[in-house]
Design a protein around this ligand. Structure first.
Ligand code: ADP
Length: 733
């Protein structure tokens, strides 16, 4: 056969045939080459084999070819191999290549390559890629159960597009439903700039970018041949020799989750595009799963927290109602909340004075108890502290205080180094202080404290603390009501016992003398002088009895009127010495009057007081002093002044008062045992009423005695001008 015939024969077969010499130069190509790769035979002949190879394969080709030429090793000659070929337009296509060796007329070896399009092979490779992707996704899926993070899925998708699908550039965005924007999430492959799509956030509604269009319309966009397409940055397309693009929305159900874009330097066949579509759908489903898992976990955690909240409340309620004592209720409350809910819990009640009364406290660490005791004894929360103490803040504002506490806060609150040491030892990381409100008034506060080593209180913890405190307030209020009801009943019983006894004595005196009077008036013929003397005696005894009755009734009325409300005062300018003198003169019995000695300043002791009330108090003290002394015992009344305070002391040499009774005798219906035992008449009300009056006047009153049988001294201190005194007190630092 001639050479021409040989060429015509080769042109007649459908496979592309290319012959190269030992320098890799193409010496022959048949016409089928043009159909497969787009080059005409004349263009190829004389050029290097590199022309039909992707750049990245040049090195490998050169190495293999050199080895073949120098050693005769024919690694690739055993059977058809699959590899990408470069077409004239720069795109790649996979081909099946079979190699053979022939010798030319000079005996120089030539390499003959037969090339066939290999789409089936592409499918297989893509399937392997899918398997690889599935594996990666499964791994990501597993990771998602422990750490919910859609970015892991999107990173995987990007990696697969670049590594397995040879994307030049792959990018993913995540959808933010609130702003309806796409946020760039991952980027893989070349890092070159693309005009118009480097923005991190893309507005879906308005952006002309392809990825926004895809997200907006929820339709995939696939295009081969981007040259001249104005929707894409032509400079980028030319520089990176981009041939095709695929842009897909990431959708699960009817929810848009994000979008992805892949740029390729080769054409993407339909099947590959379809496969990428599957991958995207799988990624979207995984992201959605991850979201659902996250939501479910959140819901479960919330349900757990809610259950914990209700269980705790149920336990607290159960224990609160088990007692009618405020202290016992509060202690069972703190025992229930520590250590599960708080590391330290303390229940404080407000008192009549400036200090708080802690009725229950517990710390998770029993070793801290001593520190707390010292803290409360030496540095009790004070009302005027700066910065204000959280407990007083909660009480004065009637609102929950919820804050985390830094070491700096402790330092600011500490009054001295030891204070700071104690605060640190107790360990306060965060606290919730809730006011205890019962029947409209703040009764105190409960402080829930967590140490710094533990997560601080959160919103729902505050709700729990408030619920607990509300229940505690009810229980404590009930306990206090119960106690005061109990006290009221006891008081009434005592009153009935004392009153019936005490009223009977003067009443029988009055009745006896009244009868005697009647009999004597009816009697005839007795000596008028004797009769007159007897009548006078009866009238005197009647008067005494009526006096006693009147005093009792007044005390009772006073006690009743004063219960729970302040005394109504009518202050006027007075001289204290005059009030004392007149009070003594008002004593009915001259013998009594004679027993009272006064030590008064020479000058008048002026002041503004309610005259009647003052006389009532002084009269009460003088009356008691006379009553509780032997018939010949003297009573001394002394008035002294010191700056703006007037002091009245009434001293007797009577039955005295045992030390432990000195405070008790000021309680209503309370009498010292020695007074009752020796049958001195009395209701145990006078001192209670007197002290109430003195306190309303801004003064104070107390009793002293060296002991039973050794006399007593009662002292009253009164400001001269209560209003001015009160003002001065307020102005004092
Ligand atoms: P009453 O004298 O009617 O019992 P008070 O309230 O005046 O009521 O006094 C309460 C109690 O205080 C008395 O019962 C008595 O035990 C004690 N007491 C009051 N004054 C004296 C006094 N001067 N000496 C000793 N005991 C006194």
């Amino acid at each position: 056969m001639t050479q021409i015939e040989f060429g015509a024969l080769l042109d007649a077969i459908p496979e592309a045939v290319i012959v190269a010499d030992h320098t890799s130069e193409i010496v022959y190509a048949n016409t089928a080459v043009e159909g497969l790769l787009g080059w005409s035979p004349s263009e190829l002949v004389g050029s290097s084999l590199h022309s039909i190879q992707p750049d990245r394969m040049h090195d490998a080709h050169d190495r293999g070819f050199r080895r073949y030429v120098s050693t005769g090793t024919k690694t690739l000659f055993d059977g058809p191999i699959h590899l990408p070929a470069r077409r004239r337009d720069g795109t790649e296509r996979d081909v099946e290549l079979s190699l053979a060796e022939v010798a030319d007329a000079d005996g120089t070896p030539l390499v003959v390559g037969v090339l066939r399009g290999a789409t089936e092979q592409v499918d297989l490779e893509r399937h392997i890629a899918i398997l690889r992707y599935l594996k990666a996704t499964t791994a990501a899926h597993t990771r998602l159960w422990t750490k919910v993070d859609p970015s892991v899925v999107l990173q995987t998708l990007t990696d697969v597009l670049v590594d397995d699908f040879d994307a030049a550039l792959a990018r993913t965005w995540i959808h933010d439903p609130e702003t309806n924007t796409l946020r760039l999430q991952t980027s893989g492959g070349i890092t070159t700039r693309i005009k118009g799509s480097t923005r991190e956030v893309i507005d879906i509604a308005t952006s002309p970018a392809k990825v926004a269009v895809v997200a907006r319309e929820r339709e995939p966009f696939i295009r081969v041949g981007l040259g001249g397409n104005p929707a894409f940055d032509q400079e980028f397309v030319a520089r990176e020799r981009i041939v095709s693009v695929i842009a897909l929305p990431l959708v699960a159900g009817d929810q848009l989750l994000g979008a992805m874009v892949g740029f390729f330097r080769h054409a993407i066949p339909d099947e590959v595009a379809e496969t990428i579509g599957h991958l995207a759908a799988l990624a979207a489903a995984t992201i959605n799963d991850a979201r659902l898992v996250a939501q479910e976990r959140e819901a479960r955690e919330e349900a757990d927290r809610a259950r914990g909240h209700f269980e705790l409340l149920a336990r607290v309620s159960e224990r609160l109602v088990s007692s009618l004592s405020a202290e016992v209720s509060a202690q069972s409350l703190v025992d229930t909340v520590v250590p599960d809910f708080a590391d330290w819990c303390i229940v404080d009640l407000v008192t009549d004075g400036p200090s708080l009364r802690a009725i229950a406290s517990r710390h998770a660490d029993p070793r801290v108890a001593d520190h707390i005791a010292e803290l409360r004894a030496t540095y009790p929360p004070a009302e005027d502290e700066e910065p204000p103490h959280p407990i007083h803040r909660a009480i004065s504002e009637g609102e929950t205080v919820w804050e985390s506490v830094e070491d700096g806060d402790l330092a600011a609150r500490a009054r001295d180094p030891r204070h700071l040491e104690l605060l640190r030892a107790v360990g306060i990381g965060s606290h919730v202080v809730v006011p205890l409100v019962g029947r409209g008034a703040v009764m105190g506060a409960i402080s829930f404290v967590r140490s710094a080593s533990r997560p601080p209180f959160e919103t729902d913890d505050v709700a729990t603390a408030e619920d607990i405190t509300r229940r505690a307030a009810l229980a404590i209020d009930n306990a206090q009501l119960y106690r005061s009801a109990e006290q009221a009943v006891a008081l009434r019983d005592r009153f009935l016992a004392v009153a019936s006894h005490e009223l009977r004595t003067p009443l029988s005196v009055v009745r006896g003398h009244w009868e005697l009077l009647g009999r004597r008036l009816a009697a005839e013929g007795s000596d008028p002088d004797t009769q007159r003397q007897q009548l006078e005696a009866s009238v005197r005894r009647l008067g005494q009895g009526i006096d006693q009755l009147q005093r009792l009734v007044e005390d009772l009325l006073d006690a009743d009127r004063l219960r729970g409300q302040a005394v109504d005062l009518k202050p006027t300018e007075l001289d204290m010495t005059m009030v004392v003198r007149e009070t003594i003169e008002d004593l009915h019995d001259p013998a009594m009057r004679d027993r009272v000695r006064t030590i008064l300043p020479d000058e008048p002791v002026d002041g503004v007081w309610d005259r009647a009330r003052l006389a009532q108090v002084i009269g009460n003290l003088i009356g008691n002093a006379l009553k509780y002394s032997p018939d010949d015992g003297n009573v001394e009344v002394e008035v002294t002044t010191r700056e703006d305070v007037v002091r009245i002391r009434v001293t007797d040499s009577g039955i005295g008062i045992a030390a432990e009774q000195l405070d008790a005798i000021f309680e209503p219906f309370t009498r010292a045992p020695n007074a009752a035992a020796q049958h001195y008449p009395g209701l145990g009300l006078g001192l209670a009423v007197s002290r109430e009056i003195v306190m309303t006047m801004g003064g104070r009153m107390w009793a002293e005695s060296p002991g039973e049988g050794r006399g007593s001294t009662f002292t009253i201190e009164l400001p001269r001008r209560p209003a001015a005194a009160a003002e001065a007190e307020r102005a004092a630092p």
